[in-house]
Design a protein around this ligand. Sequence first.
Ligand code: PGA
Ligand code: ZN
Length: 419
Amino acid sequence: RLRSVTAEQILDSRGHPTLQVQVVTDDGASFSGSAPAGASTGDHEARELRDGGSDFGGRGVTNAVTLVADQVEPLLTGTKWVTLDDIDGALYRLDGTGRFAKIGANTAVAVSIACARAFAHQQRIPLHEWISDQLGTTPVMPVPHFNVVNGGAHAANGLAFQEFLVAPTGARDISDAVQMGAEIYAALEAELRSRFGSLGVGDEGGFAPDTDDENQVLDTIMRSIERAGLTPGLNVRLALDAAANSFYDGKYYRLHGRWRSADDLLARYVDLAANYPIWSIEDPFDESDRNAWHDIMDRLGDRVQILGDDIFVTDAARIRAGAKEEIANAALIKPNQIGTVTQTFEALRTAREVGFRTMISHRSGETLDTFIADLAVGAGTGQIKAGAPARGERVAKYNRLTRLHKLYPQLGYAQWWTD
Ligand code: PGA
Ligand code: ZN
């Protein structure tokens, strides 16, 4: 039973308002959840509820705070809830639009996460264990994918691709992986500073060098990995999130100041995958350009993880359709893209059914909420991305993983890369 459900407006990592929800259970314990926000969003993501108007450029969430007090709290208190399904279903019906256009996915996800924590508490088990019980999975520590160079919609440089990530696949455990990430990040900073002088960072804490050349970035990352005493392709692999929606005009892709066909872009990916230990490419093409997705699966799908983010938006039905069309072999999972933890579980179950890998993900606008760390462990996905190994809202997730490793040393480090 819930005694109260309250919400407040806080700031996210971009300085934009977002929602933090607190639920108090009848034994007096209190649990919170907060909503992250994307910048490069898919067209079919669940909707956010924002105030509009002039305050915070229209991004305020005071209407959502009021809605929690007026509608969500009366709905959720006074009933004995048996499962999170029931609560999330009640939110879904209260909204009534199927995509949270009325109450907002930001409202839904914050409430849902807080309630998930309450259920784990009620059963006196750790959150990741409660998640693995719900999903019937074996918990495992995920391989962190550190976003070390930012471009696209997340940085003010000329890089078309949004994210260049390093994944310490050969780490002994999560602490070792985090150390490897931090040491690569430090080496990369030194490399980039000596080449570019002044150096900005993007929304997810990765560096934003003033270049539009992916090869230059990847070469520098390779050197930094070596400088950190590691071996690219052996214990550290690379990944990309092109987030191609953001450089597509409906027909062509903008790369290096020129418009290119999907075939040209595909040739670019094939070339990059041949020259660097890139094991995963996310959103290589626009979400509407499904033929191009099919082509990259033909060319690279047997060697490279083709990971759908904006194209699947954590939606079980879209993941199922994508598997049928053979346009990807993996799905990115972001709870706020779909709205509730229950729907996130459905996406994870469906992905498993159709043989897709999954990667749990943060958003570019984040809070200190660490739910996705526990989700990655509990769902046993073996992969998480939560930004650079720097900046409070990013390291909160990695530090949470390290903490879980200390508390539950029996959790192994994901071993999927041994091929
Ligand atoms: P977003 O970026 O949170 O701005 O959508 C993250 C991603 O594209 O993976
Ligand atoms: Zn993405």
